[in-house]
Design a protein around this ligand. Sequence first.
Ligand code: PGA
Length: 246
Amino acid sequence: MRRKLAAGNWKMNGTADSLTEVRALIAAHPAPSIDLLICPPATLLAQMADIRGPLHIGGQDCHAAASGAHTGDISAAMLVDAGASHVILGHSERRADHRETDNDVLAKADAAHRTMLTAIICIGETLAQRDAGQTLDVIGTQLAGSVPTGASAANTVIAYEPVWAIGTGKVATLDQIAEVHGFIRQAMRDRFGTEGVMMRILYGGSVKPGNAADIFGVPEVDGALVGGASLTSADFSPIITALEQA
Ligand code: PGA
C-alpha cells in the first residue's frame, strides 16, 4: 500500500502572519491518516518546523552543489538544517523562470538524496505539447532525464503537473490524469521494479476542494501537489479530508 500524500506548495507567498493558517490546519488534522507536507518559502521553514505537529516541511528548490559561491541559492543540507524532510524539484515555474533542464533537476535530486531529503520531482507537458499529441513523449523524456538512478519509493515522489493546469483553474480531465499516471507508473515499474510500484505519484494543477475527491478516485493518483488552495486552512483542509477518504 502506498501512503497518500497531500503536499502544499506555497511558492513565493507567505510571511510570518501566514503561520496562523498552519496552526489552524494542524488543529483541524491533529492525527492525519495520510502524510501532510507544506513547502513554504525558505524564510518560513524554521518557524514552520517549530510548530509543525504532524506536518512534514519541505523546500521548493535546492542547489546541486553542497556549498560554495552561489549567491541567493540554498543547499539541500541547509533545508535539512531548517527542519525540512522534502524538497520540490523541477517545478515547471523553475523550469521556465530559471531555465532548469532535466539534467539540472537530476543533479538536484542527487543532492537531495545525499542529504536524505525526499525529492518531489515535477514533470508535465505544455498546452502546445498536448495539442501536438506529444504528452507521453514529453513525460517519458522528463522522467528519464530528471529521475536519478538512486531513486527509491522512500526518497522520491513524482508530481504530474500539466503546465496549462497550474494556477489557471483548468484541471486535466480524469481520463487525461488516468492516462498519464498510468504511463508514469509503467515507466517507474520498468525502471525501478518494486520501488517503482511503491513510488508515489501526485497530481498537481488547480486542485481545489470542489474537484479533489474526483481526482483522488483516479487510479495511480496517490495524492496532490496543491498550490493556491494550500495557502489557507479553509481550502487545504477539505482537500486533505478528501484524500483521507479516498
Ligand atoms: P495550483 O499550483 O494548485 O495553484 O494550480 C499547483 C502547483 O504549481 O504545484
